[in-house]
Design a protein around this ligand. Sequence first.
Ligand SMILES: Nc1ncnc2c1ncn2[C@@H]1O[C@H](COP(=O)(O)OP(=O)(O)OP(=O)(O)O)[C@@H](O)[C@H]1O
Ligand SMILES: O=c1ccn([C@@H]2O[C@H](COP(=O)(O)O)[C@@H](O)[C@H]2O)c(=O)[nH]1
Length: 222
Amino acid sequence: MMDASVAVTEQENVTENILGGKKVAVVFVLGGPGSGKGTQCSNIVEHFGFTHLSAGELLRTEIKSGSENGAMIDNIIKEGRIVPSEITIKLLQEAMIKSENDKFLIDGFPRNEENRAAFENINLSPDFVLFFDCSEEEMGRRLLGRNQGRADDNIETIRKRFGVFEESSLPVVEYYDSKDMVKKINAAKPIAEVFEDVKTVFQMYCPKHALLNQATQMPSRE
Ligand SMILES: Nc1ncnc2c1ncn2[C@@H]1O[C@H](COP(=O)(O)OP(=O)(O)OP(=O)(O)O)[C@@H](O)[C@H]1O
Ligand SMILES: O=c1ccn([C@@H]2O[C@H](COP(=O)(O)O)[C@@H](O)[C@H]2O)c(=O)[nH]1
């Protein structure tokens, strides 16, 4: 797996990602439950002008909206299992089309091979995959301390989520790693230190943003 300090260059030979009439850039943000994906995505949004789409958050919003799939999604999340691809992909597509932005962090998706293949079937592919690597012990501590009232942040569901991550989600990371698309980050460090490593990856990916940020000390909003 490539270390995060190795440059990610904008790929010349990838299929163009066209969605809703615009060309979009997608970065998948993967890692175990509690590895810090959401926390670091907020920092990336602020510094590099991406829009953060958390698949889990879109599903929780769908439950709250009282949609016909709400009860089914709720049950799946409480059991730590994975929602069928067509539901999650529809929510992600709608959010990307609705957004005025053209670059997206897709956080917590794809979670299994079926998710990954279904995303490829809509002719979108990620520019790269940011993978937050952290021990279960540390992730468990963080989840139990998160205190956001999430129905799945209890010890029983956390154990199931870890099992699903190991069995179904890690193979997705391995798949992208076999294509040299994974930037692995040591997520066990304090938040600010993790972000230093994340910044290195994104500065290499979007050097124009890095220069703008250096010149103005302001978040880029291109
Ligand atoms: N590097 C870190 N060190 C210590 N605590 C952290 C770190 N990163 C995040 N946290 C805390 O751990 C908890 C989980 O973080 P976060 O919600 O970002 O994880 P996540 O990977 O998005 O989780 P999930 O997949 O369950 O949504 C939060 O309370 C957050 O403040
Ligand atoms: O693509 C996805 C993303 C999430 N889920 C379900 O939601 C919960 C919570 O996800 P977080 O990323 O921790 O917010 C997850 O355990 C799954 O049950 C999903 O099915 N598909």
